[in-house]
Design a protein around this ligand. Structure first.
Ligand SMILES: NC(=O)C1=CN([C@@H]2O[C@H](COP(=O)(O)OP(=O)(O)OC[C@H]3O[C@@H](n4cnc5c(N)ncnc54)[C@H](O)[C@@H]3O)[C@@H](O)[C@H]2O)C=CC1
Ligand SMILES: CC/C=C\CC(=O)/C=C/C=C\C=C\C=C\[C@@H](O)[C@@H](O)C/C=C\CCC(=O)O
Length: 257
């Protein structure tokens, strides 16, 4: 699937993985609505993107994925500005075991809010033209991180939700593919906050450091490339793409039926 003329919505687009996804989608010809709460970082990135891609193919919308109202307004504005939505990356996420309710609200509920709002615009049953939704989980969505059990839970939930939505979409005829991104450790602001944000489990951050040494640090470019593959390969639906420094593969899940 070529991205020329396609419209993407990326949450958490201002920094880290979201920025890398945004820049790759723009390089491939897409128009991108950047949704984020960090206005300073977003405005700084928009200046860079305007110089590189002009002003017509990007739109920054201040949007907190904890707010249903803000998500709906942002998606509506993106659809009106670019004439529909083809690709959604529900990427915004935080890691904080102290403020764990917020972690659940952003990482899991924000992905659910974003997925359901996206379907309102993309589903062929509601006048949309179909497309693909990529939800950012983590390697911590495939195995536990002892120093951040709530974060781990949100990422496991994103994997399960996304796989179930892929099956529901096929059964319902939405015409929308759902896939999940499971990166290993990536050097971003979130990664840098591991020790300060582990809360009551801060005594376990050494174990996480051992996992960092085991899995290595994956490049942002490799993470964004995995997203592009799941977006452009129209055979991919219900997939979880594991991307670490040493492994890049679609996860094979046990079947119990
Ligand atoms: N950095 C890593 O090692 C890994 C990160 N991930 C996931 O990747 C995603 C992106 O994380 P990073 O790029 O590492 O983090 P980051 O902290 O560099 O960027 C996160 C972006 O999301 C935005 N954001 C945070 N809360 C928001 C909210 N309520 N509404 C809208 N935007 C919000 C931030 O302003 C920021 O621009 C997250 O879902 C994270 O859990 C997954 C695996 C590994
Ligand atoms: C502390 C969180 C830091 C950054 C955010 C993030 O999401 C990073 C996650 C990176 C790696 C997580 C690894 C978890 C590993 C353990 O659960 C192991 O039990 C094995 C996990 C998965 C199987 C993949 C494999 O066997 O290689």
């Amino acid at each position: 699937m070529s991205l020329n003329g396609k419209t993407a919505v990326v949450t958490g687009a201002a920094l880290g993985i979201g920025r890398a996804i945004t820049e790759l989608l723009l390089q491939q010809g897409a128009k991108v609505a950047l949704l984020d709460v960090n206005k300073t970082a977003s405005e700084s990135l928009m200046e860079v993107l305007h110089k590189q891609y002009g002003r017509e193919r990007t739109l920054f919308l201040n949007c907190d994925v904890e707010s249903e109202e803000q998500i709906k307004a942002a998606f509506q504005k993106a659809a009106e500005t670019f004439g529909g939505i083809d690709i959604v990356c529900n990427n915004a996420g935080v890691l904080n075991e102290d403020t764990w309710e917020k972690t659940v609200s952003v990482n899991l509920m924000g992905v659910i809010r974003g997925s359901y709002t996206a379907l309102e615009h993309m589903s062929k049953l509601s006048g949309g033209r179909g497309g693909v939704i990529i939800n950012t989980a983590s390697l911590a969505g495939l195995g536990p991180l002892p120093s951040c059990p709530v974060y781990t839970a949100t990422k496991h939930a994103v994997v399960g939700f996304t796989r179930a939505m892929a099956a529901a979409s096929t059964a319902s005829g939405y015409g929308v593919r759902f896939n999940t991104l499971c990166p290993g450790f990536v050097r971003t602001d979130l990664f840098s906050s591991i020790i300060s944000n582990s809360g009551r489990f801060s005594h376990l951050t050494d174990a996480t450091q051992q996992l960092v040494e085991h899995f290595g640090i994956v490049d942002l470019a490799d993470v964004a490339a995995a997203v592009l593959e799941m977006v452009t390969d129209e055979t991919k639906n219900g997939e979880a793409f594991l991307v670490s420094a040493k492994r890049k593969e679609y996860v094979r899940f046990a079947s119990f039926v």
